[in-house]
Design a protein around this ligand. Structure first.
Ligand code: NAG
Ligand code: NAG
Ligand code: NAG
Length: 974
């Protein structure tokens, strides 16, 4: 059946497909500027170009046509050039003239094109962004006879690989108003002297380059927009900037700026956007900002700002972000009352006192988490009737949750966790029908869970853990169709688990541990995958066999109940299980075969035998008989499993099959592939990679060689015989709902330019309606997890483990040190691939880039990472940080040192190691004796590495070392 797809008609089908694909590429990548579109409609009556311009355009066309990556951007020399994609013309009485050229994303790299462009003296706008130019020809820049430069108004060179010094750009752009050099490698040798040579400059963007030294102030004083974010600028914010009286946008995000922010903003009376985030700025927030009536956005988050917030700072602004600073004092009474105010983020400062304030009606997002605020939540909060996000977590708030909070009817996220709130949750909270995330954990709330919670039809995450809730679970909350995570752990909830729980169709995590629940376990939702914890309750009866069919379930904890009977044979289906805890029940019989690496704890069940272990008694005839039956049952189950896998395979690949086997592809079948593009510059890969072959490979289940938390990897053999890895991301998965495919492409292209032998860098991508596919070199010998805990049975020796540690540290240091640092969403031994036993490569580097936390309804903390590697603070901060990555790396070091998986016996490895680390004699017990005993030198090196690992998993993010220091320490541990 599978063979038939490649019948005689296949190549015809492929041809049509390619054609259609080509057509789709065209529309997804070429933004036809409105001017060009307008020109196209008028060209029929418009006069021709002069012969000179026609010949220049033909010269340009031959270059473009020979370089262009896809057939669709080719220009047809037979047409009027004014009608070509990306070209617009101006008409005069006898001749037309080319005024605008856009060659964005045409796959160009040959800088000889500049010589031709230079001859177009009528050009006003030139867009060469998103190509692969590596240098600007001397003809263009150092040469004053380039007549095009005289009239040019707008030049866009963004997203190339230009590494010139900016001084090469100087002189002879008498009219230039807009200059975009962002996303290149420009450096700033004598920067200040040269920027003055654009006398009409209005907008200058040099974001994401390698500019260093002071913030330049030599631009013409008419400058209105200055974007220098993501460079290596240092020094303080120069007073000279304040001469740009017409400045509307100043963006200095992510540099190395120090010193205080000057208090001169009264002189920038047209400033609309001021972005100073992620620098090393100190001192107080300038009070003069409150006089800038045009200011709509001010962000200075992630600095070291001190002092208290001056009054009036939000009088005009819409968006204020001062999070992650050291701001102290009380919140000014007028702070939340600005007439246009929409969002305020003061997370992680030292604010104290009462939240005693008036609230603006326009307020939309208010984040005050991780401060020292005290007193009660003010009832006046209901005046903020547009409030959608409210975070007051990690403060010292006390008293009851005010009834009035129920008046904030637009709330989608309410986080009051980790305070000292008490009393009953008012029924009025049930009025918040738009809630998606409700976090009330770690307070002293009591009484029963309001039955009005059944109104939360959009609720995705509910966390009421670590309170004193009592009474039974209201039936209504088991019918919330959008719930994916429910945590009621550590309360005093009694009664039975409602049967309706099985109707929670997308629940992936359920934690009801540490309560007083009785009765038997009902059928569980088939979607459970992260964890099911019912431990420490009073549950009785048998374990329902339905639990054994939770194929995606990673952690199952039913310990400390009164469960009895046999463990259902269906447990053989728990393919993803990493941890099974059945301790302290009255279970009996034999434990079915489980995945090899699941950690199993069945102590405290006298009648239960673990046939997974090696100590079964083969001498007894009776037992052997039972084992035989089990084996037969198992075989049956396995056959069932295979059948199921085949069915799954067929249904998974149905869409792709349909694309391939139809002789005349229907629109429906093909429209799913929306784009594909090479991001590598390497010509060997560029010629080997064939997108159709990649799509064929992912249609075949047997090509899967690895699944991680978020991705599936396939092996694909290209027409020239070379092998590539194709990684699938489920586009339809909530977390991958990114803003646009264009943004996705851009992010992948940025990552594609990285180069480090310890990082898996994407070479190309293909997008379909439902999925995104990334292509990599296929170097996979297994993951670190496989080698440490998996089927690769030889014990990994210490030199290999040490090389792996160094390699991963190098890769991570590199990623954190990029101009746009790359943070990892999921860093675990499963996401690190091995080229050989001592050459690791970090995978899944793109996840953070393409996940849009504002679009994912769950908090970042619930999706970030794999259990055991998630740093404790993510539960509160919902922000991915470098320190968080350092924590995950520390867990990997501990795995290499101990040979134990990240979670075993219900305990996270990091917590276990920390608990033993206090006394030197206990530290010995942490190490994997199979390798630490090989020599004294190995033993002492392992102890040094252990110290590094322990500092990486420190509870406080601030206490953890930076990656580059970790790397240095690892080197020194030699
Ligand atoms: C310009 O292109 C349009 C269609 O894209 C075509 O109808 C028209 O004839 C072309 N005009 C010239 C002058 O080539
Ligand atoms: C600022 O803009 C105004 C109005 O456009 C103009 O008159 C003034 O000269 C500009 N200032 C500078 C320093 O260019
Ligand atoms: C940033 O500044 C710090 C201290 O001021 C310095 O150690 C570091 O090297 C600087 N980084 C860059 C990229 O200039």
């Amino acid at each position: 059946m599978v063979e038939r797809r490649y019948g005689p008609c296949a190549s015809h089908g492929f041809f049509l497909l390619r054609l259609l694909l080509a057509f789709l590429f065209f529309f997804s990548f070429i933004d036809v500027p409105p001017a060009a579109a307008a020109a196209a409609t008028t060209t029929t009556q418009s006069p021709p170009l002069t012969d000179t311009q026609k010949s220049i355009m033909n010269d340009i066309a031959s270059l473009v046509n020979s370089e262009s990556a896809s057939a669709n951007t080719r220009w047809n020399a037979a047409d009027n050039p004014c009608n070509w994609t990306g070209i617009s013309c101006r008409n005069s009485s006898s001749f037309s003239a080319v005024t605008s050229i856009s060659l964005s994303n045409f796959g160009l790299s040959d800088s000889s094109i500049f010589a031709h462009l230079c001859r177009l003296d009528t050009l006003q706008s030139l867009d060469l962004s998103r190509n692969s130019f590596t240098n600007l020809s001397a003809q263009f820049f150092a040469n004053s006879s380039c007549s095009m430069k005289k009239g040019l108004l707008s030049l866009n060179l963004s997203t190339n690989q230009l590494a010139n010094s900016l001084s090469d750009l100087s002189h002879h752009f008498p009219q230039l108003e807009v200059l975009d050099l962002s996303f290149n490698s420009f450096s700033s040798r004598s920067l200040s002297a040269d920027l003055g040579s654009f006398p009409k400059l209005r907008s200058f963007n040099a974001s994401t380059n390698k500019l260093s030294g002071d913030v330049p102030t030599s631009m013409v004083s008419s400058l209105a927009e200055l974007v220098l974010s993501r460079n290596q600028l240092n020094g303080s914010i120069p007073p000279g900037l304040f001469k740009y009286e017409n400045l509307t946008l100043l963006d200095l995000i992510q540099n190395n700026l120090t010193g205080v922010v000057p208090d001169n903003f009264t002189s920038l009376s047209k400033l609309e956007t001021l972005l100073l985030s992620d620098n090393l700025l100190t001192g107080e927030i300038p009070a003069s900002l409150s006089n800038v009536t045009t200011l709509t956005r001010f962000a200075a988050n992630q600095n070291n700002l001190l002092g208290s917030i001056p009054p009036g700072v939000t009088k005009y602004v819409k968006m204020l972000d001062l999070s992650y600073n050291d701001i102290s004092g009380n919140i000014p009474a007028d702070l939340f009352f600005g007439m246009n105010l929409e969002t305020i983020d003061l997370t992680s400062n030292n604010l104290e006192g009462y939240v005693d304030a008036k609230f603006s009606r326009s307020l939309y997002r208010l984040r005050l988490g991780t401060n020292k605020l005290s007193g009660e939540i003010p009832g006046t909060i209901s005046n903020a009737s547009n409030l959608a996000y409210l975070e007051l977590d990690n403060n010292h708030l006390e008293g009851n949750i005010p009834l009035n909070l129920g008046g904030c009817k637009n709330l989608t996220l309410l986080n009051l966790a980790s305070n000292r709130l008490q009393g009953q949750v008012p029924n009025e909270i049930g009025n918040l029908k738009n809630l998606v995330v409700l976090k009330l954990q770690m307070n002293n709330l009591s009484g029963s869970i309001p039955s009005t919670f059944s109104n939360f039809i959009n609720l995705n995450a509910l966390n009421l853990s670590y309170n004193s809730f009592s009474g039974s679970i209201p039936d209504g909350i088991m019918k919330l169709q959008n719930l994916s995570s429910m945590n009621l752990q550590a309360n005093k909830i009694d009664g039975v688990i409602p049967n309706s729980i099985s109707s929670l169709k997308i629940l992936i995590e359920l934690n009801l541990g540490n309560n007083l629940l009785t009765g038997s376990i009902p059928e569980m939702p088939a979607s459970l995958s992260t964890a099911l914890n019912l431990s420490h309750n009073l549950l009785s009866g048998n374990i329902p066999s339905n639990i054994g069919f939770l194929r995606e379930l990673e952690i199952l904890d039913l310990s400390y109940n009164n469960l009895s009977g046999q463990v259902p044979s269906s447990f053989v289906n728990l393919n993803s299980l990493t941890e099974l805890v059945l301790a302290y029940n009255q279970l009996s019989g034999f434990l079915p075969t489980l995945p090899k690496h699941a950690a199993v704890n069945i102590t405290g069940n006298p009648g239960l035998t673990n046939t997974n272990s090696n100590n079964m008694d083969t001498g007894s005839k009776k037992k052997r008989h039972t084992i035989l039956i089990i084996i037969i049952a198992l075989a049956g189950a396995l056959i069932g499993l295979c059948l199921l896998a085949i069915i799954v395979t067929l249904s998974l690949s149905k869409k792709v099959y349909r694309i391939e086997d139809e002789q005349s592809p229907s629109e429906d079948g093909v429209a799913q592939i929306t784009s594909g593009r090479l991001v590598t510059m390497n010509s060997i890969h560029a010629s080997a990679i064939d997108f159709m072959k990649a799509m064929e490979a992912v249609s075949n289940y047997s090509n899967i060689f690895l699944k991680t938390r978020f991705c599936t990897y396939y092996k694909a053999v290209m027409p020239n015989g070379s092998t590539y890895s194709v990684k699938k991301l489920n586009w339809s998965d909530k977390i991958f709902q990114i803003g646009s495919q264009e943004k996705f492409g851009h992010e992948i292209e940025v990552l594609g330019k990285l180069s480090n032998s310890n990082v898996m860098v994407p070479l190309a991508y293909v997008l379909t309606e439902d999925n995104a596919y990334l292509l990599y070199e296929h170097v996979h010998k297994g993951t670190v997890f496989d080698f440490l805990h998996g089927a690769k049975s030889d014990i990994l020796d210490w030199p290999s483990r040490y090389s792996i540690a160094l390699g991963v540290a190098q890769g991570l240091t590199f990623l954190h040190g990029c101009t746009q640092p790359v943070l990892l969403l999921d860093l675990s031994t499963r996401t690190i691939h091995l080229k050989s036993v001592n050459e690791p490569q970090i995978g899944d580097i793109e996840l953070y880039k393409i996940i849009d936390p504002s679009k994912s309804t769950g908090s970042l903390s619930t999706i970030a990472g794999t259990v055991g590697y998630i740093p404790p603070e993510y539960a509160y901060t919902m922000r991915l940080t470098m320190a968080g990555n350092v924590y995950s790396f520390g867990v990997i070091l501990l795995e290499l040192l101990t040979g134990k998986p990240s979670v075993s016996d219900g305990t996270e490895l990091a917590k276990w190691a920390l608990s033993l680390s206090g006394r030197p004699d206990q530290r010995e017990q942490i190490l994997d004796t199979r390798v630490s005993g090989t020599s004294i030198a190995v033993h002492s090196q392992m102890l040094s590495v252990l110290n590094i690992a322990l500092s990486c998993v420190a509870f406080s993010p601030d206490a953890r070392p930076k990656m580059r220091n970790v790397l240095r320490m690892l080197f020194n541990a030699k």
